[in-house]
Write a protein that binds this ligand. Structure first.
Ligand SMILES: [Cu+2]
Length: 401
């Protein structure tokens, strides 16, 4: 049984055909229900928690900034005057009180059992908010529904998807949404372009099954994406995907800050680094340690897990890999209409692209999700898949010396 099917909070009342799980994630201003409590707890978590020496690097970066406790906190002023003078600056405390945008990877809508197409309503609210970037720094994220990535939308091929987009009143900028799953100009971007406080809607018919990215497409598009405005929609094929024990939702992204990786305080987005495609941070699900300290994925020996993996980018191709495991099945590029590839070590996922991977778990322990362009681990990108259960010495064991 799918994990999400066991989660009563996702059960829809009979006949509630037009209220998909995505719409249920919108209600709280904090994003998904239950996130705030976890967020507060996560603020107490200390380390980056990566396995490949990143802590040493970030400590070094922090030392380099030891004298730099003064941080520019007036983010809005920078858009008009990107340099600013000291007198314009505000003092910002380290971000231990910051909000959190990380999307819980285990929050996945249930698989679709129905045989006929329906109308599915998707409510998206664009929310800009300062939130945790790592244990020392915060960043002004731009989000769908307060999380990075935005909610995973799940529909069936042939469904009509009605997208209602609202740009919150306290936004500073216009936003919209381009659905890669839509057939039509801009994927709906022009039809949904909203100034702060505005709301617009459009509908599209999901003609092609697969796993598709959506993102904001207001210029400069790369900036809207880098700041967190991406998510995915799964268009299930007729008959659905084969059942698995657990499903997870993971997206890679890049964050471009003026300050070097590991700096303290409220960090500033950097347009020059964005144009030069030189991010300071690479992250899974929004921020450093979102999928390690904060939301490690959990499963049991004997289970098969499926990861819906997307790359928001905006610029860099991902070489998605799970250290210590082999993907038993890969739906390359999120294409579900051909049989999956089998027995794959690393999957190339383009910016604005996706893959669906499935792993049967035989040996307990911690498996680390990475981009095998491994320098990115030193810039924040890692996730944990913690597997509990019986040891399997016939598959993996030490040799006594
Ligand atoms: Cu935007």
């Amino acid at each position: 049984m799918n994990r999400s099917e066991r989660d009563a909070s996702w059960e829809l009342p009979d006949g509630d055909a037009v209220a998909p799980p995505a719409t249920r994630e919108v209600r709280s201003e904090e994003g998904i229900e239950g996130v705030p409590a976890i967020s507060r707890r996560s603020l107490l978590a200390g380390s980056v928690g990566l396995t490949l020496g990143s802590l040493a690097v970030s400590q070094e970066a922090s030392a380099q900034n030891a004298g730099g406790t003064v941080r520019v906190a007036e983010h809005g002023a920078r858009h008009a005057n990107r340099v600013g003078s000291l007198s314009q600056r505000l003092y910002s405390l380290p971000s231990v009180v910051a909000d959190d945008v990380a999307h819980d990877p285990s929050v996945v809508p249930p698989s679709i059992a129905r045989q006929e197409a329906e109308i599915v309503r998707v409510d998206l609210e664009t929310v800009e908010k300062e939130a945790r970037l790592d244990e020392r720094a915060s960043f002004r994220f731009w989000t769908f529904n307060g999380t990075v990535p935005g909610p995973l939308v799940r529909v069936r091929v042939g469904d009509t998807v009605e997208v209602f987009l609202k740009n919150r009143e306290d936004s500073w900028l216009m936003h919209n949404v381009d659905f890669h799953a839509a057939t039509g100009p801009g994927g709906g971007a022009e039809l949904t372009s909203c100034a702060p406080g505005e709301a617009k809607a459009f509908r599209f018919k999901a003609l092609n099954p697969g796993l598709y990215v959506y993102h904001c497409a207001v210029p400069p598009v790369a900036m809207h994406v880098a700041n967190g405005m991406y998510g995915m929609i799964l268009v299930e094929p007729e008959g659905g995907l084969p059942p698995v024990d657990r499903e997870f939702y993971v997206m890679q992204g890049e964050i471009y800050t003026t300050e070097p990786f590991g700096s303290e305080g409220l960090l500033n987005e950097d347009y020059d680094k964005l144009l030069n495609e030189r991010p300071e941070y690479f992250v899974l699900n929004g921020h450093v340690s979102a999928l390690t300290d904060h939301y490690p994925m959990k499963a049991n020996v004997g289970e098969t897990v499926r990861i819906f993996f997307g790359n928001g980018g905006p610029n860099h191709v991902s070489s998605f890999h799970v250290i210590g495991e082999i993907f038993d099945r890969v739906y390359l590029n999120g294409s579900v209409t051909k049989p999956p590839q089998t027995d794959v070590q690393t999957v190339v996922v383009p910016a604005g692209g996706s893959a669906i991977v499935e792993l049967k778990l035989e040996v307990p322990g911690r498996y680390v999700l990475v981009d095998h362009s491994l320098s990115r681990v030193e810039r924040g990108l890692a996730g944990w898949l913690d597997v509990e259960g019986e040891e399997a010495p016939d598959i993996f064991e030490p040799i006594a010396s």
